[in-house]
Design a protein around this ligand. Structure first.
Ligand code: TXA
Ligand code: MG
Length: 332
């Protein structure tokens, strides 16, 4: 059931549902989440079951404000505090050392916890209402509201299509950011970028004075972020990334099979076959992120078998979009 998330009554109903251990489709500025009370292990188990997500992929705990960090994290390093001051509320998740009793199922028992304070007004209203309940709900765990490995939802309708009418979904409109939050691991003494997003490596460096390392620059470790698995964000069609020259050559060679192909391009294309579904990528990274997952869903709805995408620029502002596209392509 979809409720208008801008109404107080819907927000209250949603907060009560969370307190009672139910799941909720929650709009955030990045993507829609499938939410449950972070400290209710049975409710959190339902998230893993509904998504088909392996239990060793921890969930992000969403909080109403930075004060709620003390309910989940043991300590906040100076550079993490600088990131909080600069970017919360907003699309930034910090991995911090976890308090032993907090969010156990959510974190899969790991000694760290991912925390994020979203800026979306509906998410914020729900989190605040949760804090005011008796007993309060201090944190709300929410992975993206899609089946494991699939494209993340950016509208309430996407969530309802994925999980059916039985799920309560708050409608907060189309997500502003469109790709998941930037994740920075703050447990290693220096910031480590686990997942790129709208807040870029450059933004992080400006805020805390240290350029974040990449996971690849760390000593060997086990991967623990599902958003960081190589194959993820997969539409039904096979995705292939190409530079402008490759794309043009491939189009030049196409015959009638072109009707099975959708193209998401940046450069102007010569004499593309009319049968092809063409869509131009916006010129800037933020606008592309906003429409990216919806565009992949639209292509799937056309029933195409292949999606050819022109590789975005190599600059830091495009890192989040490039990452999602590379992983959608790896899933093929
Ligand atoms: O924008 C977002 O972050 C969205 C919205 C709903 O807030 N949520 C989201 O959740 O993308 P999810 O579960 O799809 O991705 C969370 C990522 C996963 O890759 C998970 O492994 C990682 O965060 N993560 C969570 N806790 C972690 C921890 N303690 N250590 C390392 N990675 C963690
Ligand atoms: Mg996800």
């Amino acid at each position: 059931m979809i409720l208008d998330g801008t109404l107080d009554a819907s927000v209250q109903a949603a907060a009560l549902a969370l307190q009672q251990g139910q799941l909720l489709g929650l709009p955030t500025e990045t993507v829609y989440g499938l939410a449950a009370d972070s400290d209710n292990d049975a409710a959190v188990a339902q998230i893993f079951a509904a998504k088909g997500r392996p239990a060793n992929h921890p969930l992000i705990v969403h909080v109403a404000d930075a004060a709620a960090i003390t309910r989940y994290a043991q300590a906040v390093p100076v550079f993490a505090q600088q990131l909080i001051d600069a970017f919360w509320p907003g699309p930034l998740t910090l991995i911090l050392p976890r308090l032993p009793q907090a969010a156990q199922a959510s974190t899969g028992g790991q000694d760290s916890v991912g925390l994020r304070c979203p800026s979306h007004p509906v998410a914020h209203a729900v989190l605040q209402a949760c804090q005011q309940l008796d007993p309060p709900v201090w944190g709300v765990s929410a992975p993206s509201a899609n089946k494991f490995g699939r494209v993340s939802p950016t509208t309430a309708q996407h969530v309802a299509a994925e999980f059916g009418d039985a799920l309560l979904v708050l409608d907060g409109g189309a997500c502003e950011v469109g790709i998941e939050s930037t994740i920075v691991d703050c447990t290693r003494g220096v910031p480590v970028l686990l997942r790129p997003g709208a807040i870029t490596r450059d933004d992080i460096e400006r805020a805390c004075g240290t350029r974040p390392l990449s996971k690849e620059e760390l000593p060997a470790q086990t991967p623990r972020a599902s958003g960081t698995l190589l194959a993820h964000y997969a539409p039904n069609a096979k995705v292939r990334l190409m530079d402008a020259g490759q794309l043009q050559s491939a189009l030049d060679l196409l015959g009638p099979e072109g009707r099975h192909i959708a193209v998401y391009h940046r450069s102007p294309l010569r004499s593309a076959s009319r049968a092809i579904h063409l869509r131009a990528m916006p010129g800037d990274a933020l606008a592309t992120a906003r429409e990216l997952f919806g565009t992949l869903r639209d292509f799937d709805e056309l029933g195409v078998r292949l999606i050819w995408i022109e590789t975005p620029p190599d600059s830091a502002d495009w890192e989040g979009v490039r990452d999602r596209l590379q992983r959608a392509a790896a899933a093929g």
